[in-house]
Design a protein around this ligand. Structure first.
Ligand code: SAH
Ligand code: TMP
Length: 394
């Protein structure tokens, strides 16, 4: 049974940035509500959108654009090469090849349904299946290559509604001694940071170690190690193996993080109701700050037109009168408009300057990287505004 705890109102599809000519057309919207599956302790959005409507040839998100993600994938690739010496890797949700590129072309294949992205990695010589991950594909890969000793998927499994198909397909092609590594935003961090913008149409689930462990057990899989990472505002990397695989012992990180999650109250529904209350307060407080800026005639812009910020802007009903425009480095977002609230997105060309008083951090998860780039703005008394963990200037 799924019990609703948060209502983020009517929302457009997060990555459906609008061209000018489509501004007056009716946009597809859905009600963004979030609930807890009481048995599995799994947090999910309640109304979901068919995958094909979100992940198609117009999908704009590019992992490689961020220095932080590039670095993180680079370090991690090195680490797993050393630790597992994998012979044949499958990456599910390979996007533009940000992870793939650190491996030898013979040792890895990518799965990426968006053909605009799959084309990029195919062109650079990496075998990429432009398809949704499913049993047929898993079988095909096994027949063509072999069993896989390492399956990696970052920020993707949380985007796929049908967990049964995802995990059954993984089991079909995973060797008995193989390892599955899943990396996704952490529910604990999301609640701690009041990062309600982790919820949007693509993020069907926000996992915890508690929920992941319960879900995979049915497929005879178990987590043997968990690592916290800083990406996307705080994520978990779950190392998973077949229960019968005795090559790896259960690391103490598993017990430690489970304890942390239970102590925070991830098992209790009341924790989620408290979170929902904090979200309501966050909305009021962010609007108060922005209205105050407007009254003082300050120039406020947005920094990073993230999918996450679509949730915030539409939930808080923040329009052009409060944030004049967003700067973004992603080519496919530039010269378009933020869905729902129609704030223009402008190409980021150079560090921001004195003409801007306040920059709202849409890409708050890349704060460190951004602050280095914008050190002069900060020196000149420019201010960044964030809503995490609560609305404030930094
Ligand atoms: N792994 C990258 C990209 C994450 S974005 C990173 O961590 O930066 C999620 C990606 O998953 C998108 O590129 C999307 O097209 C892909 N995706 C979505 N549904 C999928 C599915 N069912 N099977 C495989 N990939 C999928
Ligand atoms: P994400 O939070 O979904 O990964 O998206 C990050 C978005 O922020 C992406 O559209 C690129 C943008 N961005 C900038 O415009 N400037 C930056 O310095 C960084 C790090 C990201």
């Amino acid at each position: 049974m799924i019990k609703k705890f948060l209502d983020l109102g009517q929302q457009p599809l997060a990555n459906s940035y609008l061209k000018k000519k489509n501004l007056y057309k009716k946009e597809k919207k859905y009600r963004l509500q979030v609930g807890l599956d009481i048995e599995k302790k799994l947090v999910s959005i309640i109304r979901t959108i068919p995958s094909g409507k979100m992940f198609n040839d117009n999908y704009p998100y590019r992992s490689s654009i961020s220095k932080t993600m590039n670095q993180s994938f680079g370090y991690f690739a090195k680490k797993i090469k050393k630790k597992f010496k994998p012979k044949f890797i499958i990456e599910i949700g390979s996007n533009d090849g940000a992870f793939l590129k650190y491996f030898n072309k013979k040792n890895i294949v990518g799965v990426e349904p968006c053909n605009n992205l799959a084309k990029l990695t195919t062109r650079s010589g990496y075998k990429t299946y432009s398809e949704f991950w499913n049993k047929k594909l898993a079988k095909l890969i096994k027949e063509k290559f072999s069993f896989s000793d390492l399956i990696y998927s970052a920020n993707t499994i949380s985007h796929i509604k049908d967990m049964d198909t995802t995990l059954n397909s993984i089991n079909l092609v995973l060797s008995d001694n193989g390892v599955v590594i899943l990396e996704d935003p952490s529910l604990l961090e999301c609640l701690k940071m009041n990062a309600y913008d982790q919820f949007y149409c693509e993020h069907i689930y926000v996992f915890s170690l508690i929920s992941i462990s319960k879900i995979i057990k049915k497929f005879n899989l178990e987590v043997f190690h968990v690592e916290k990472t800083k990406t996307h505002g705080g994520s978990n990397r779950y190392y998973i193996k077949k229960i019968k695989n005795k090559k790896y012992k259960i690391n103490k990180s598993v017990k430690k993080i489970l304890k942390e999650e239970v102590n925070f109250g991830l098992n209790k529904f009341s924790t989620y109701l408290q979170f929902a209350n904090r979200v309501k307060k966050s909305k009021k407080s962010l609007l108060k700050i922005l209205i105050n800026c407007k009254n003082k005639k300050l120039k406020v812009i947005g920094y990073g037109a993230t999918a996450k910020s679509v949730t915030v802007l539409n939930f808080c009903k923040i329009k052009k009168d409060l944030i004049s425009y967003f700067l973004d480095t992603t080519p496919d977002k530039q010269n378009k408009y933020i869905p729902g609230v129609h704030i223009p997105i402008i190409k980021y060309k150079e560090p921001i300057n004195k003409n801007i008083d306040v920059a709202y951090l849409g890409a708050w998860n890349f704060k460190k990287e951004i602050f280095i780039k914008e050190k002069n703005f900060l020196k000149n008394k420019g201010k960044f505004l964030t809503h995490v963990p609560y609305p404030k200037f930094i």
